[in-house]
Design a protein around this ligand. Structure first.
Ligand SMILES: Nc1ncnc2c1ncn2[C@@H]1O[C@H](COP(=O)(O)OP(=O)(O)OP(=O)(O)O)[C@@H](O)[C@H]1O
Length: 303
């Protein structure tokens, strides 16, 4: 479990993280979302004791990270996959980390296998692709078999197969009862693997809820209908209390009744339907709407 209490970090006149209070629970993959510059990395760095809070606290299992001896056994993290010694092999890199954290070197081959790098274990990291470096960073995070895992933008540079593999791994780690906290600025990366969300903007908490609760923000579904006799259908829909918008191409956009009910009404009128499509706003749309006021730079404003 990760607990933030009034966590704040200022850089001069910028408040990067502003009074964050929240709990990240075990057994879930929690997405940590916010636009660029929202304060995600600064928050994760404070959890790991790499950046000092201006005020407030960040604890893991009730302790500040720096008070935990052999930190890798308590928290595993991938912050910057490029931050490794390119001259070493993957195996040597992990073995050095294991030794300095009092972890048996036998774990090295286990985690190399878990992330699929066993066949390149003795190759120099300098020759790894970005995707291989991400996998190596994940292996390092898993080395101490920790109950809490932090990943900062773990999908960066991964191909679609890699993205799918990472999502599955995160779900498995959560199913093992671990706390998995994953930052991203893209909702599309998160919606297939998280079950909880923490959303921040300009350092402040905007939402902390389940994915289902977040999805409810996407608003009521709309049904697009095209029919041979729109006028009669509009009258029937109005009588049902539906809201109908008529587009110039003749499509009706209906809210307040289901597609099934619209089909029944059309059958009652004996009018053929040419289209009947339910549309829900995407989670990406809901995320953009939620964070619109907190985006640092907006394209197309001519500034
Ligand atoms: N060391 C620093 N010195 C000065 N300002 C900083 C420092 N680190 C972060 N900031 C500022 O704090 C704010 C939050 O940055 P942070 O990197 O935590 O955001 P982020 O949500 O991780 O963004 P991104 O998605 O772009 O990585 C930004 O305005 C950034 O410029």
């Amino acid at each position: 479990m990760i607990e933030l209490d009034g966590l704040t970090r200022r850089y001069g006149r910028t408040t990067a993280v502003d009074d964050l209070t929240l709990t990240v629970r075990p057994g879930h993959v929690t997405g940590f979302l916010g636009p660029n510059g929202a304060g995600k990395s600064t928050t994760l760095r404070m959890v790991l004791g790499l950046t000092e809070p201006s005020s407030g606290t960040a604890t893991v299992g009730g302790f500040r990270f720096r008070d935990l001896p052999r930190g890798l056994r308590h928290v595993g993290a991938l912050l910057d996959a490029g931050d490794v010694h390119g001259g070493r092999s993957a195996r040597a890199h992990l073995a050095a980390l294991a030794r300095s954290n009092g972890i048996g070197v036998g774990r090295v081959d286990e985690v190399l296998g878990r992330v699929g790098l066993d066949s390149v274990a003795d190759r120099r990291i300098g020759r790894f692709s970005l995707g291989m470096r991400q996998r190596l960073g994940i292996a390092a995070a898993l080395l101490g078999d920790p109950p809490v895992l932090l990943f900062d933008e773990p999908f960066n540079g991964l191909d679609p197969e890699g993205v799918r593999w990472v999502r599955k791994l995160f779900r498995r780690l959560a199913a093992e009862g671990r706390t998995v906290f994953v930052s991203s600025h893209l909702m599309s990366e998160m919606e297939h693997c998280v079950d909880r969300l923490v959303v921040i903007g300009r350092g402040r908490l905007i939402a902390e809820e389940s994915l289902a609760e977040f999805a409810a923000r996407a608003g009521r579904p709309e049904v697009a209908v095209r029919t041979a006799d729109p006028a009669s259908l509009v009258t029937a829909l109005a009588a049902e209390g539906a809201t109908v918008r008529s587009d110039p191409d003749g499509t009706l956009t209906v809210t307040g009744v289901t597609a099934e009910r619209i089909g029944e009404l059309a059958l009652g009128l004996r009018t053929p339907l040419h289209e009947l499509t339910t549309r829900t706003a995407s989670l990406e749309d809901a995320f953009m709407a939620l964070t619109a006021a907190d985006v640092e730079y907006t394209a197309g404003e001519g500034r």
